[in-house]
Design a protein around this ligand. Structure first.
Ligand SMILES: Nc1nc2c(ncn2[C@@H]2O[C@H](COP(=O)(O)OP(=O)(O)OP(=O)(O)O)[C@@H](O)[C@H]2O)c(=O)[nH]1
Ligand SMILES: [Mg+2]
Length: 362
């Protein structure tokens, strides 16, 4: 699962990439188009619950979930007219499972802005207009092909045609495909277009240190984004860069001096992970405490499949305990004694706080 970091040039995309990956893998310098070739890195989804479980049961190893980030070249107004750069961008970004937009909100006259002044709402409109234009082009091509099929009474093509006809004016009025009102079946029919604005978006507002306490509503207002399905959060890349070499304790103290209690990078990584429609459950057995990535709403046998493909068919039942109950009781047997472990069957929908132990045939 890949999250692409997108926005105008010189806004801090590569710096954010370095911060998220705790590396200096991406070249981040003070000039536009510093990045041309994509940088890719797999990042752990840190979760305090894994550490709590590890401490409680005293096992050696933690295996967290992970997510892949890709840092790319900036896009500019009329990017679609710069053919070589634009085609490269499009060919790559279609692979993205979610798009992380890094918005420049911080003021710093030493850092050049491609539009000369800081105006997040205008910039958001520029970026979205380019993405929407690309989608319109894709849609128009597809409509043309699909109309031919629809004429020959292809049922699916007919259904698609109806959706396309609604989508076109929606995009033309400057709206993202993801904000079109569609039911689940209709959404499935749109999937094969790989539209850029149909992917989940997360806005990371790169703010100055003193703006870290801006609320989500304030940021939404600054950006002019009302849709609740689009995540918006602040991060100060500069502050994060300053903390790169800090110990966890120093980092905590530094953040607290700005009244920040939650680790902003961990929070952003988790937001991206959530936006991908993913969640995890835990296993805590033998030598390791581990987070297993599954899709939201997966049932117990599918969750078992993540561990081994055979396990879905061989699934009998699962012992399920809330991570906190396992931590408080220090061990499965104690948790059982206190009636904290439930037995669940095939239809059980796995929850984000579950620690699971599966029983199989054979
Ligand atoms: N003051 C300040 N400067 C920042 C911040 N984030 C990034 N910068 C600076 O902005 C400049 C550009 O940063 P990059 O991370 O290279 O930006 P980019 O978006 O990857 O740029 P391109 O690859 O050219 O599109 C660098 O000089 C950074 O040090 C920030 O939060 N505050
Ligand atoms: Mg860059």
């Amino acid at each position: 699962m890949k999250v692409w970091i997108v926005w105008l040039p010189n806004v801090g995309k590569s710096s954010l990439f370095n911060v998220l990956t705790k590396s200096y893998a991406a070249d981040a310098q003070n000039f536009p188009f510093c990045t041309i070739e994509p940088n890719t890195w797999i990042v752990n989804v840190n979760d305090y619950r894994l550490e709590a479980l590890q401490k409680a049961v005293n096992w050696i190893k933690i295996v967290p979930a992970n997510v892949e980030f890709v840092d790319i070249a900036g896009i500019v107004e009329w990017a679609s007219k710069w053919e070589w750069l634009w085609n490269k961008f499009l060919a790559n970004i279609r692979e993205a499972d979610a798009i992380l937009q890094v918005v420049r909100v911080f003021e710093d006259s030493n850092v050049h802005h491609v539009s000369w002044n800081v105006n997040p709402r205008r910039d958001a409109e520029i970026i979205n207009a380019e993405l929407i234009l690309a989608d319109l082009e894709t849609l128009e091509k597809k409509m043309w092909e699909n109309d031919k099929k629809a004429k020959s009474w292809d049922k699916e093509a007919k259904a698609k045609q109806e959706i396309y006809v609604r989508l076109k004016p929606h995009l033309e009025s400057g709206n993202l495909a993801i904000t079109l009102d569609l039911d689940e079946d209709e959404k499935l029919l749109l999937r094969d277009l790989y539209l850029l604005t149909f992917k989940p978006f997360i806005y990371a507002c790169n703010v100055g240190e003193t703006q870290m306490n801006l609320k989500e509503e304030d940021l939404r207002q600054i950006l002019g984004i009302n849709d609740a399905s689009i995540q918006v959060m602040p991060i100060s890349v500069k502050m994060e860069l300053d903390m790169m070499e800090f110990s966890p304790e120093d980092r905590k103290e530094y953040l607290e001096s700005y009244w920040i209690t939650e680790n902003p990078t961990d929070k952003l990584i988790k937001e991206c992970y959530d936006a991908l429609g993913l969640q995890y459950y835990f296993t805590a057995w033998e030598i390791e405490v581990r987070a297993w990535t599954i899709k939201k709403w997966w049932k117990a046998p599918q969750a078992a499949w993540r561990i081994h493909t055979d396990f879905e068919k061989k699934f009998i039942k699962a012992d399920v305990v809330n991570w906190q109950d396992l931590v408080e009781n220090w061990w499965w047997s104690k948790a059982r004694e206190h009636w904290k472990v439930k037995m669940e069957w095939k239809e059980y929908v796995v929850q984000d706080w579950d620690v699971m132990l599966f029983k199989f045939w054979g």
